[in-house]
Design a protein around this ligand. Structure first.
Ligand code: GUN
Length: 311
């Protein structure tokens, strides 16, 4: 059988129904691996990794993400610090906090949760973070090193997607991957990683965005679809080729009076109609989201070990 007609998931056929790619369970596996390494480091008298997070304001989604990041640190035995500021913090004040964390020997890595209030330039803040501590992988130094194929702290969501494909042994080599959305956080970096000549790369990548013409026609040609545009249920069944792999990065809160929280989390893919058609799909929640946190922990461990930038 040639590669183009081989099933993208070993052993799977479309008639089996889709494989649900369980990001929650995979993230748990990774956290167990990290916790074991932390225990070994502690036993050897080495420093326990420490992640700090800066949260500005009270955006509901950001609060949940940061809370989950701090909880995940506790799970794997990392130290963690949460620094919270009100919306009216000035850019200069925030840059001063970043400078403090840059110099704090206890902190191995830190993140500034985005989005930031409009009066603060997220570019300036990201560029103020020392690349060695930039565990989000957003600094131009890490981005540039990733593009050049040099060791780098890689952005967490894109590397979480690659890790899911790898752990589920989903063939990427030579396959056509269509990424929808060109954000610096997900769409652009994941398109670069999947095209690289790496074990879980070598895709032919098409990056679609808001100005793309005939987007549905292009998505229909994909072996692998990565939906990362932030529009709930944008990808419908008619846009997906039978047997495709579908990775849903969307997590939009949509008002839902029937829920205690008052909202439902919606992905960028209309799961109910797309799932029966594809070979494998990530659910929302429980797909890519938990992987982002697991990869952030992995980056923090790498930063503590000096894997990328020797100390
Ligand atoms: N906002 C949405 N995703 C992310 C992320 O991965 N890191 C940070 N810092 N902010 C985000």
């Amino acid at each position: 059988m040639n590669k183009a007609s081989a099933p993208a998931v070993p052993g799977a056929s479309v008639t089996d129904g889709p494989l649900i790619i369980d990001g929650k369970a995979t993230a748990e596996e990774i956290k167990v691996e990290i916790a074991a390494e932390v225990d070994q480091r502690r036993a050897a008298g080495l420093k326990v990794p420490h992640l700090a997070a800066i949260l500005v304001g009270h955006d509901g989604g950001s609060e949940t993400y940061v809370r989950n990041k701090v909880l995940a640190c506790e799970r794997v035995g990392f130290g963690s610090t949460l620094l919270r500021y009100e919306d009216d913090i000035t850019e200069a004040e925030l840059l001063a906090k970043v400078a403090e964390l840059n110099e704090d020997p206890e902190v191995d890595g830190f993140i500034v949760q985005l989005p930031l209030p409009r009066h603060i330039s997220s570019d300036k803040v990201i560029q103020a973070i020392r690349p060695e501590k930039d565990v989000d992988g957003f600094h131009p130094m890490n981005m540039g090193r990733m593009v050049a194929g040099l060791p780098a702290l890689l952005p967490a969501t894109p590397s979480g997607i690659v890790e899911l494909l790898a752990r589920y042994r989903i063939e990427t080599d030579g396959r056509h991957c269509v990424v929808i959305g060109r954000s610096n956080i997900v769409g652009t970096p994941v398109s670069i990683l999947l095209a690289k000549n790496l074990e879980h790369g070598n895709c032919t990548v098409t990056l679609c965005h808001s100005r793309t013409r005939n987007l549905a026609d292009i998505v229909r040609t994909a072996d692998i679809v990565v939906a990362a545009l932030g529009r709930p249920e944008f990808v419908t069944a008619d846009m997906v080729r039978p047997g495709a792999i579908v990775i849903d990065v969307g997590t939009t809160r949509v008002a839902d009076a029937s829920k205690k929280s008052g909202y439902t989390l919606k992905g960028d893919v209309c799961f109910a109609e797309v799932a029966p058609k594809c070979a494998a799909i990530t659910p929302v929640p429980g797909g890519v989201g938990p992987m982002t946190i697991a990869m952030l922990l992995q980056n923090t461990l790498r930063a503590a070990k000096g894997d990328v930038y020797p100390r």
